[in-house]
Design a protein around this ligand. Sequence first.
Ligand SMILES: [Zn+2]
Ligand SMILES: [Zn+2]
Length: 234
Amino acid sequence: MLARLARNAAGLRNALLDLLFPPRCVVCRRAGSFFCAACSTGIEKINPPICPRCGRPLHSPDCPYCKKSPMQIDGTRAVAFFEGNLRAAIHAFKYHHRTELADQFGAMLHDHLLTFPLLTDTIIAVPLHADRERARGYNQSLLIAHALGARQNLPVWQDALTRTRATQSQTELDAAGRRQNVQDAFAASERVCGARVLLIDDVCTTGATMDACGAALYARGAKSVWGLAIARAR
Ligand SMILES: [Zn+2]
Ligand SMILES: [Zn+2]
């Protein structure tokens, strides 16, 4: 009852806000939605053939990335390449408080899973370190996880994975540096024992962060871990 009242109140508030401040596309400022259809058509989706592990487009029978540095987790997937309008939208979402985009990103992941299903029974977001989350005001991956969970009818386990130490930003690091930077930076709770985890991140570059999360989840007995991101580096 209380939950429904709260939902109705939130819905009413959102409808009012939409009326007062109609949503505008974060990329082109066109009114109507936060990431408009015209801007989203420019997104280049990642379609098969892909590597069954890392999810990168496959141009030969063997994936050169997985051969060079095999991942521990079952696999990673991303909806599209991290460039152009999608890159701009994710940037606005992450660094300019455009949290309204979470719903559209959750819908993108949901659509992806309808076409390319993964066998999972719980959703966990890649955690930020508490200091960074406090500074930003939110964990962007957790917002996407909730939007996806509502659509997939899967629970989101918010505190099942934590970042135990602050890590340097991955953007300036090469592949080996990224792996080292996030190694042993995460800890999972006993709750994940036996669970088939769907791990959510906004962007996946080398997969090092997801792999480090996976290691922490397996250490606590997770049955499987699949990583899913909105976008990945080409
Ligand atoms: Zn637009
Ligand atoms: Zn691969």
